[in-house]
Design a protein around this ligand. Sequence first.
Ligand SMILES: [Zn+2]
Length: 245
Amino acid sequence: MNRRDLLSASGLMLAGMAVPALAGRRAMAAGAEDQQLLKSLQVCTPADSLTYLLDGNRKFSKAWVAASGTGTPRQRMDKLNAIWDNNCQIDPAALAEGQKPVAAILSCADARVDPSWVFACGSGELFQVRSAGNTAFNDAIASMEYAVSVLGTPLVVVMGHSACGAVKAAIASNPLTPLLEDLVKPIRASFKPGQDLVEAIKGNVRSAAAGLVANSDVLRTAAANGKVTIRGAYFDIGSGAVTML
Ligand SMILES: [Zn+2]
């Protein structure tokens, strides 16, 4: 049974026992059962976590494509809401007691690239660090060290995306503010002449993922010991699909 099945089954089981009329995506009790759910999230392996994210993305991508280009806002929302079917949500009262994220995501601040949405995850499931261009600056590295060493998160994903404005700005010659120049500096450094935009975005992802390992003893040791897997990914906004690099 994978993690999403486990969550769904537990949610249904709890709902069935306690409040049959509300069976579905929510775990109903903020008691021992939810604490057990939170615990179960901690013991998954890097491979379990990756499977969980990719399963979630398949659901999202299907709903995203179905909602594209047709219908009213309400009809589109109905299609998009399909990603939450059979997706157990942990009780907020249990989340107030702690977090056990299934994965940590370093992604762009772009409004179209919300990792929880893209991977069909609920509250408490993803540890997120976001800034324009998904660069592994020191604060991002420190945040990932916390996710891995304190929270026991088994998977770190650096996720770039199609049409990334930060990468476009880095490879264009338009003048930027001093702070934006600092922001795009690592992206420029990863750019190789002749690359198109998609190649530049993927190159930037690989560079950020390598930066996490190169600049953190904690992450390097955890990766070497198999405690964490660090992967790059590319999110295509048009299709809603995430490709692992
Ligand atoms: Zn971006």
